[in-house]
Design a protein around this ligand. Sequence first.
Ligand SMILES: Nc1ncnc2c1ncn2[C@@H]1O[C@H](COP(=O)(O)OP(=O)(O)OP(=O)(O)O)[C@@H](O)[C@H]1O
Length: 217
Amino acid sequence: MAESLSVFRGDRLVLDDVSLTLNSGDALLLTGPNGAGKSTLLRVLAGLRRPDGGTLLWEGTPIAQDWTAHTARVAYLGHQDALKPSLTVRENLAISARAGGGEMEDALNAVDLLHLSSLPARLLSAGQKRRTALARVLLARAPLWLLDEPSLGLDAASVDLLGQAIATHRAHGGLVIATTHVPLPLEHVSHLALPGMPDQTRGWWGTGETDLRGDAA
Ligand SMILES: Nc1ncnc2c1ncn2[C@@H]1O[C@H](COP(=O)(O)OP(=O)(O)OP(=O)(O)O)[C@@H](O)[C@H]1O
């Protein structure tokens, strides 16, 4: 999927020769210290930023041939929840539902937001906003989820819901790449530690993890 990516931010080489491959149902956790380039890598994979070197492929075809087609494959959750404050939860999500055709009630249910769906987004707590943004990912009906610190601000019950949503997506053949600084309730994940990761955190990231660094295609 990604071959030998390199990305400069300013004059600093933030990503140097990063490669990774995901198959249907796979999940990859990106870890590394602040500034390691995790968000940068996600934005490149989302097509929001062009790499300075290397190639992105989808089913063997270079993504650069059709960036618009790639955008339709991706549900991207950034650090910002990007909600319109005056619109209700449901109205915010309706925009995504129209774009992706997903089921509104199922998405609200999956992140336990049904009871808050008529509230304007400006009245939501940080965790409730994050859950709304996650519901938008569900509604996008995109095969590739790119999640930047998806558990940010979530309580324990909501982190469990996040884990279930990801597991369901994977069970239907979806792909997930998520950055995180904390363990997530995921099974059989791969793990790409961008440079600077302290060794003692190995083993945090769920069961069955595989270290892709160094041997990824
Ligand atoms: N607009 C910019 N111009 C120049 N450098 C930038 C810019 N945005 C980010 N950077 C630099 O790029 C590097 C990677 O940033 P990035 O946000 O990808 O890191 P990260 O691993 O996601 O960090 P965090 O764990 O804090 O979220 C950092 O050194 C940062 O200072």
